[in-house]
Design a protein around this ligand. Structure first.
Ligand SMILES: Nc1ncnc2c1ncn2[C@@H]1O[C@H](COP(=O)(O)OP(=O)(O)O)[C@@H](O)[C@H]1O
Ligand SMILES: [Mg+2]
Length: 357
């Protein structure tokens, strides 16, 4: 049995279904990232797991233990769940020292004095805060404050860390640094992480598995590589990376774009259900589009409408057919075409989705 299991977990706020019959499993020691746009139900899910929110349907288990069950009308309060939580905002107490911030949850749990001291020091050491233990959180940078929140969550020696966009208010530099620190702590201390974020690169960098959510509904779960490489819908394709789409009509032996009919790109036929619709959405990653000579017989014609230098990357816009404007990216080491150039494009790794999907 999985270590954490959510079965059909549901939450309504009035007419809004914030979380819709969510099934989720996590193994012990796993880091699962819940990824989705703002408002898709991530925080609500985390709050239900933590016990701050009751559930309108379903059940939540950790280990063999049932924590919430609508059917059995059963509910374990948050302080008996042994989860560490870190939120987006720096939820540290400004009037308490760093030390007291970390010790606080242990004191309310009425642990013996020596145990409070031992665990507080251990958590401060693990987060490199021992030297500033007597400072106020406001003396620290944003990254430092978030580290206090992390230390406080660690001090209870949680089985599971529930992290709700904990890095989103940090500078990009600290954000990357903290990703590594969180991963490193997990490796050393062995807790499981349920990590909520709208940032796909964060989800990829941190997690063993990603669960993509949309409007309260789970869209796909898989390893970062699976979700990035084989998105099961246009939504997931678009959400987990840069994307280019071309709507095409299906003709005998290939796809029609504008006046031309071209062989199936990469030799990949759309699924029969999509073919039956008569048209489909060709989806490609901007880095997985090849430029070909306009005089050659390979590829789909396009014209360069914009070329932007982004440092290591050159970002192109191309007009393809009469409607689609697509994005292509190349490393700067490849000189590439100029604005106004006619060129042909090949799509070696195409994905196909329904136009209305
Ligand atoms: N306490 C609440 N009262 C009413 N609606 C809420 C409440 N909390 C969240 N919602 C709604 O539930 C949906 C999911 O919210 P939330 O879980 O915060 O999303 P996310 O964390 O993914 O941004 C949103 O439509 C939001 O407006
Ligand atoms: Mg949220």
């Amino acid at each position: 049995m999985a270590y954490i299991e959510l079965r059909q977990v549901t939450k309504y706020f009035g007419d809004v279904t914030a979380v819709d019959h969510l099934n989720l499993t996590m193994e012990h020691g796993e880091c699962l990232a819940m990824l989705g746009p703002s408002g898709c139900g991530k925080t609500t899910t985390l709050r239900m797991v933590a016990g701050f929110e009751d559930i309108d349907d379903g059940e939540i288990f950790v280990g063999e233990r049932c924590l919430s069950s609508k059917r059995k009308n059963f509910y374990v309060p948050p302080e008996e769940r042994n989860f560490g939580m870190v939120f987006q905002a720096f939820a540290v107490w400004p009037h308490l020292s760093v030390y007291e911030n970390v010790a606080f949850p242990l004191r309310i749990r009425k642990l013996p004095r020596e145990e409070v001291e031992k665990r507080t020091k251990e958590a401060l050491k693990n987060t490199n805060l021992l030297d500033v233990a007597s400072n106020r959180p406001d003396d620290l940078s944003g990254g430092g404050k978030q580290r206090v929140a992390l230390a406080r969550a660690l001090a209870i020696r949680p089985d599971v860390m529930l992290l709700d966009e904990p890095l989103s208010s940090l500078d990009p530099h600290f954000r990357e640094e903290m990703r590594f620190e969180i991963k490193d702590l997990q490796r050393r201390l062995g807790f499981s992480i349920l990590y909520v974020t709208h940032d796909q690169s964060e989800a990829m960098a941190l997690s063993d598995r990603i669960l993509v959510m949309r409007a309260g509904v789970m869209q796909q779960t898989g390893t970062p590589l699976e979700v990035y490489g084989e998105p099961n819908s246009r939504f997931v394709f678009e959400f987990v990376g840069l994307s280019s789409f071309i709507e095409v009509a299906f003709a005998e032996g290939g796809m029609r774009i504008g006046d031309g009919v071209y062989p199936w790109p990469g030799g990949v036929l759309p699924a029969s259900a999509i073919r039956a619709a008569g048209r489909g959405l060709l989806a490609v990653r901007p880095f997985e589009i090849e430029f070909r000579n306009v005089d050659g017989n390979k590829g789909v014609p396009g014209i360069v409408t914009r070329k932007v230098f982004l440092g290591e990357t050159i970002d192109y816009r191309l007009q393809v057919g009469d409607k689609a404007e697509i994005r292509v990216q190349k490393t700067r080491r490849n000189p590439g075409p100029a604005v106004g150039d006619n060129i042909k494009l090949e799509f070696p790794r195409p994905h196909w989705y329904r136009v209305d999907g």
